[in-house]
Design a protein around this ligand. Structure first.
Ligand SMILES: Nc1ncnc2c1ncn2[C@@H]1O[C@H](COP(=O)(O)OP(=O)(O)OP(=O)(O)O)[C@@H](O)[C@H]1O
Ligand SMILES: [Mg+2]
Length: 259
């Protein structure tokens, strides 16, 4: 399986460096990787750098080759920003078809429409196909954004807080679908999450950012520990197995600030 690797990555906004000498040597295809970290730690900036939307120093490689970024975003990458897709006067089906055209395969129009409808079906939003984006709820629009990213069939899928507007049912559904699609297509999938229990339940690999540095990289059960919760998030947390044996985080309080 190929992998995405980041070497000595530095990202700046003007003179201010936000990502400092970051090395993530093995973000494997076929696995869902969670990118965790507090507000302002650099998660969105890191995704933008990998997507070719923020200039970065260092090396970003996929399958042993530099990810091409000379002409803007790479076609191998699909990126869903943290902000919801704009509420434009376009029907859901059209908007996903437009996204699919970015990957221009040899299929005819009808084949494309069938593919898109099948994807909307799998996301549970086929009934919205003919609705206008500016008449959807926030969560519905977020699901369309996920469809627009998936339909490009990228080698690398980058999703910035894709669950932020979704209810519990849709959160579970999207994470399961991502896992299936990631395995089936052999994609590199990186998902920014704030809910650590979702990361523990639904992802295969976890990266933790703190103030622009990578402070943990490994399987969820090894990375998510009371020590990391205290150090990175400043919370007193327990990681315990629930009655089904699933590891879960419970937060009991805040770590007292040093005086
Ligand atoms: N366009 C920008 N120009 C200047 N500074 C920026 C810009 N975008 C982000 N920053 C700064 O870079 C740092 C990292 O921001 P980033 O958006 O990557 O954090 P994040 O981990 O995604 O946070 P959140 O969880 O709140 O989304 C922050 O200190 C932020 O103020
Ligand atoms: Mg962010």
């Amino acid at each position: 399986m190929p992998s995405l690797s980041l070497h000595q990555l530095h990202v700046r906004y003007g003179r201010r460096e936000v990502i400092h000498d970051l090395n993530a040597p093995r973000i494997e295809a076929g696995k869902v990787t969670a990118l965790l970290g507090p507000n302002g730690s650099g998660k969105s900036t890191l995704l933008k750098a990998v997507a070719g939307l923020a200039s970065a120093d260092g090396r970003i490689e996929f399958d042993g080759h530099a990810l091409r970024r000379q002409n803007g975003p790479s076609r191998q990458v699909a990126y869903l920003p943290q902000t919801l897709p704009p509420a434009v006067r376009l029907r859901v089906l059209e908007s996903v078809l437009v996204a699919r055209q970015a990957t221009a395969t040899g299929l005819g129009q009808s084949g494309r429409e069938q593919d898109v409808l099948a994807l909307l079906e799998r996301l549970g939003i086929a009934h919205l196909a003919l609705c206008f984006l500016d008449q959807l709820s926030g969560g519905q629009r977020q699901l369309v954004g996920i469809a627009q990213a998936l339909v490009r069939e990228p080698a690398i899928l980058l999703l910035d807080e894709p669950l932020s507007a979704l209810d519990l049912n849709h959160q579970f559904h999207v994470m399961e679908l991502l896992r299936q699609e990631t395995r089936r297509r052999g994609m590199v999938t990186v998902v920014v999450l704030h809910d650590i229990n979702v990361a523990l339940r639904h992802t295969d690999h976890v990266l933790v950012l703190q103030a622009g540095r990578l402070v943990a990289d490994g399987v969820p059960a090894a990375v998510v520990t009371p020590a990391i919760l205290a150090e990175v998030y400043g919370v007193q947390g327990r990681v315990e197995a629930c009655s089904h044996g699933q590891a879960m985080v419970m937060v009991d309080g805040l770590v007292a600030a040093p005086v």
